[in-house]
Design a protein around this ligand. Sequence first.
Ligand code: MRU
Length: 352
Amino acid sequence: MRTILWEDGKVVYLNQRKLPKQLEYVCCDDYQRIAKAIKTLEIRGAPAIGVAAAMGLALVAYNSRAKGREELLRRLEQASCVLRKTRPTAYNLFWAIDRVNTKVASTPGTVEEVRSTVIAEALAIGKEDLQTNKMIGINGASLIEDGDVVGTICNAGWLATSGEYGTALSVIKIAHEQGKRVSVIALETRPILQGARLTAFELKQDKIDVRVIPDGAIGYCFSKRMIDKFICGADRIIVSSGGHVINKVGTNTVSIVAKHYKIPFYVAAPLSTFDFNSSLKDVIIEERDPREVAEIFGRRIIPEGVSVFNPAFDITSPRLVEAIITERGIIHPPFKKEAENLLKLKIRPLNF
Ligand code: MRU
């Protein structure tokens, strides 16, 4: 299954807001529609929004009537600004936009050549994402033992990426393909319920046993040894600080409770999620519409006049992370050396 596809000059994406009730693919030829889809979580998950933004730029290039190279570059820059403003936290969004623009800047040529460069780079980002995520699964599956129950939060499966395997769920899916008996406990993930709606949908499709729990039940499940290990994805990993993991709100709570109960807490993420440039204080944690918390099915459940704080992500200290699973291998503690290891990994060329 794929979340985003390029088809004859149009982008076709799966509208995740409609899941699990409806499998609706939306076809669009306008990058502004892609920007709206990212903002409203029709397309969500760090790698998926990176691929979507790159495809948005491909639409700009494909549809542009620019008469000269400079004009097309200006259009791409304008679109890049709009796409960058869609969501502030997931690093893959910025990584993908920068990658397309850097490729264009280093490719001299006519409007036609720029057009094909942008489209080719966007398609390459989508294709590499599939390969990368499968490698994450292959590397991470070595951590899974026969009979393991794995906890996860939000959705870090194929829906959160270009398709097929995902990141954290790739580890589980590959272990399952290898014949290991593995089952999952998925946190429902309030307020948008990515765990209940999306992770449960994906794993059911793959015939992997999954149970959904309320977010607040995680401590109880750990205390009863109902979960052997916890694996989540990441929206951004800050290298300069030693590997702070920014992921769906609630992840930090899980990591602290996991430490308390001595349950290994793993993160699975591609190198495109590793931010080698920002410091921790530069990172913007997205705050979303209070109505996501205040309302259920459009009905307000919190008394009028009571305010809401709705951060979409939180920050987990690298001290709480047992290992980070990447397409290039598993990074183990001690995390003092983590930043150096990640930097070394960054300069290795991807070669599948
Ligand atoms: O707000 P979302 O649904 O985009 O948040 C997604 C997550 O937090 C995922 O865990 C993260 O992007 C990793 S997905 C491979």
